[in-house]
Design a protein around this ligand. Structure first.
Ligand SMILES: [Zn+2]
Length: 315
């Protein structure tokens, strides 16, 4: 019988867990709301839920991996900082999980895990070197080199949202100015939409947003209805994204760049200018780099965690 692992996708609102086989088949899954509680209670709940899923699994999974957003030192099993879970700092999550479940436990940054998930099960299959970008509320990424996840010296590698595109640009959460994430992300697009509303420059956007808070989806909806200013914002964002990815392609020379995340819903309005800018920077053979969209959909987080668990098991 083929090996299985227990994969967990641990976010600010949900904890999803599943038993996954070596072909990326999801055998059973569970989905719980992340409790709003102290970090110790949240950690205890995570351990309880994973133990429950593992107990119901037959055969026993060979390992467990938790993928979560934030600064993760995977080799130490430590969450250094988790922006979506208040108070989660310098917390070793793998030890209590391993003790309770009696199997090896690992943790990984969610975007890094997503990269390995695409490499093993998704749009990155058949490549040797892969750059994966997650385009959502924030911008994340992961790097696979010679078929293995590249974590860097302390787990930070792949933070592609924090390359600088404009030193005089808007302030970023990381402390710098003009980072890719501060200029093109779900949050950045929502801020641009807010600015457009404040300046009363788009009646279409105003009608779509009403009295609520503007979002990136509102900006796209207005653009799709023909608002030229909103469309220009998205196209400019795509252009900047392409400059960032194109620069990284020249550094890393991957076989392919894969993309996932909610911003892909903006379609060609974002991806067209992105593709054009990325290839316009290509130095020599970088022009042959493939560009692909994730094929893993909703399960990308779980399959990423599973891919990390299998890689760790195989040492
Ligand atoms: Zn930054």
């Amino acid at each position: 019988m083929s090996r299985t692992v227990l994969a967990a996708d641990f976010g600010g609102t949900h904890l999803r867990a599943a038993v996954v086989d070596e072909a990326g088949g999801i055998l059973q899954r569970s989905d719980h709301a992340t409790p709003a509680s102290t970090p110790q209670n949240v950690a205890a709940t995570v351990v309880d839920l994973l133990a429950e899923v593992a107990r119901a699994a037959s055969p026993q999974p060979s390992a467990v991996c938790i993928a979560t957003a934030g600064l993760i030192n995977a080799d130490q099993g430590k969450v250094i900082l988790a922006p979506n879970i208040p108070g989660f700092r310098n917390l070793v999550l793998t030890t209590p999980v391993a003790e309770r479940l009696g199997i090896p436990a690992f943790i990984e940054n969610d975007a890094s895990a997503a990269a390995l998930g695409e490499f093993r099960f998704g749009a990155g299959r058949g490549t040797r070197h892969l750059l994966h970008a997650t385009l959502g509320t924030g911008i994340g990424g992961g790097i696979v080199i010679d078929g293995r996840l590249y974590r860097g010296a302390s787990g930070l590698a792949g933070e592609i949202g924090h390359i600088i595109l404009n030193p005089a640009g808007p302030k970023c959460n990381c402390g710098s100015r003009g980072c890719l994430e501060a200029m093109v992300s779900g949050v950045a697009f929502a801020q641009r939409a807010k600015k457009i509303l404040e300046q009363r420059k788009s009646p279409v956007l105003h009608e779509i947003v009403g009295y609520g808070e503007p979002t990136a989806a509102h900006l796209h909806a207005a653009a799709a209805k023909g608002d030229a200013l909103c469309e220009a914002e998205i196209r400019h964002g795509g252009h900047l994204l392409g400059l960032g990815l194109g620069s990284l392609v020249n550094v890393l020379n991957p076989d392919a760049v894969t993309l996932s995340g909610g911003l892909l819903a903006m379609g060609d309005m974002l991806i067209g200018p992105m593709r054009e800018a990325m290839y316009s920077l290509a130095y020599g053979p970088a022009a042959g780099t493939l560009l692909r969209t994730s094929t893993l959909g909703e399960d990308a987080g779980l399959l990423g965690a599973a891919a990390v668990a299998f890689e760790r098991l195989d040492g």
